[in-house]
Design a binder for this molecule. Structure first.
Ligand SMILES: *Cc1c(COP(=O)(O)O)cnc(C)c1O
Length: 443
């Protein structure tokens, strides 16, 4: 049933069509088309195909959150050396246990214990190939027939894709731009029913750039408890907070409601290619054990691929020895570029930014098409931007300040060129802006 009636198999007639070939009866699952087209990578691929190959100017990647290509965001030598010695030691050439190497689980438990008012046990840590696999594992475990999950809007489309694939019905609650992108808790209560399994919170927020307060997170936990559902907290941007609110882990409320936090070294250490993440159970009342969720996670990991053993082997060294200076440098760079982004976007008539970014690598920008004349002529991308998707863009500021400046000026001149008022037109050459800069986020 999961692929719909017919199981997605092509009809025999179709298979035999023309070409005089033997009839092969295999075909991919229909669900995959939907699941992958809603991923960020899917959207980026579509966007990149729209670039003008004759435009010599560099593409400024304001769309994706991977600053690792910029020298100013290069990871710490501590992490690089840890990998080298893990490889050289010859001790990490074997398979690791499916839940992760004991030493790595212990290191993650130690590292995360700093964020919660109790000690995290290594037994509650499950290592994954990045936070993406953590999401995949958890949603697969929860995807019983008929169940549903509450996801934030705007959110991170990977969840929608995985949920669709795992047969989990998705119900969206809004994040409220005028309240610092807080969860609309009334909507959450209205959406939940007896088949609801979990509520997802992404904090610090992607794509919102928000950092939720202790009080709000506590209210989220209390609401989930009242509804009898767990909280899945995506904390892949943990500690990347540079505004007024400090980062608070949802794990701090594991005594109110069962919480699974998801994280990785991808963002804080700027090494998304290393593929090392985790699922952590914060559940002082043992609900996740009682309900067999922990067994489910272990079971699923038994039939999944593991993160490379040498990366796991390097993890204790990375987590224990990375210097505060490295983190501080990243934070001040992000603060600088976030400020730059926010101030300059405010100056562009057709764009508005309801909430100054305080964390992660993104800011949500609202496009007001009323300021623009029809922009569908020279750029398919902008056509899509304004028409097919709703009028919100996600912009990353996690790139080097010079490129960001360049990217923002190009957005500005693009908007001026398409502005309704004729006065703001500038020189002709300037106006040939390809806008590979931001993409409309999927609501
Ligand atoms: C980047 C990102 C992930 C994926 O992280 P990896 O560790 O690279 O797999 C998950 N969730 C959100 C919200 C992200 O922005």
């Amino acid at each position: 049933m999961e692929d719909g009636a017919g199981g997605g198999r092509p009809s025999e007639v179709e298979n035999r069509k023309g070409r005089g070939r033997r009839a092969f009866r295999f075909a991919p699952r229909d669900l995959l088309v939907y699941a992958s087209s809603s991923s960020i990578r899917g959207v980026l691929e579509r966007l990149l195909s729209l670039l003008d190959p004759n435009d010599a100017r560099p593409v400024i990647p304001l769309a994706h959150g991977d600053p690792s290509a910029f020298p100013c965001f290069r990871t710490t030598p501590v992490a690089e050396e840890a990998i080298v010695s893990a490889v050289r030691s010859g001790e990490h050439n074997r398979y690791a246990p499916t839940v992760g190497l004991p030493s790595a689980r212990r290191a993650v438990a130690e590292y995360l214990s700093r964020d919660v008012p109790y000690k995290v046990s290594p037994d509650d840590i499950f290592l994954t190939a990045g936070c993406c696999q953590a999401i995949g594992v958890v949603l697969s475990v929860l995807g019983r027939p008929g169940s549903n999950i509450l996801l934030p809007r705007p959110g991170y489309p990977f969840y929608e894709g995985r949920a669709a694939f795992d047969g989990l019905e998705v119900r969206h609650f809004d994040l409220l731009p005028d309240k610092g992108w807080e969860v609309d808790l009334d909507a959450v209560e209205a959406l939940a029913d007896e088949n609801t399994t979990a509520l997802v919170v992404i904090n610090p927020g992607n794509p919102t750039g928000s950092v939720l307060s202790y009080e709000h997170l506590k209210r989220v936990a209390e609401t989930a408890r009242k509804l009898g559902i767990m909280v899945i907290a995506d904390e892949v941007y943990a500690h990347l907070a540079f505004g007024n609110n400090p980062f608070v882990s949802m794990g701090a409320f594991g005594s109110i409601v069962p919480v699974l936090t998801l994280g990785s070294i991808s963002k804080r250490w700027v090494v998304p290619g290393w593929r090392l993440g985790w699922i952590v159970a914060h559940d002082t009342n043992g609900v996740l054990k009682e309900t067999q969720i922990i067994e489910g996670i272990k079971g699923f990991l038994n039939i999944s691929t593991d993160p490379a053993t040498f990366i796991q082997g390097a993890l204790p060294h990375i987590l224990e020895n990375t210097k505060e200076e490295f983190f501080n440098k990243t934070i001040s760079l992000l603060r600088e570029t976030a400020d730059m982004c926010y101030t300059q976007i405010k100056e562009i008539d057709c764009l508005a930014c309801p909430h100054e970014p305080e964390g992660s690598m993104f800011v949500m920008v609202k496009l007001n098409p009323a300021y623009l004349v029809d922009i569908l002529d020279d750029d398919d991308f902008c056509n899509k931007l304004a028409k097919e998707e709703s009028n919100w863009l996600r912009v990353t500021f996690a790139i080097d300040p010079c490129s960001l400046q360049d990217g923002l000026s190009r957005v500005k001149s693009f908007c001026q060129r398409h502005a309704k008022k004729a006065e703001s037109f500038t020189s002709k050459e300037e106006t040939n802006t390809t806008l590979p800069l931001c993409y409309t986020n999927m609501w």
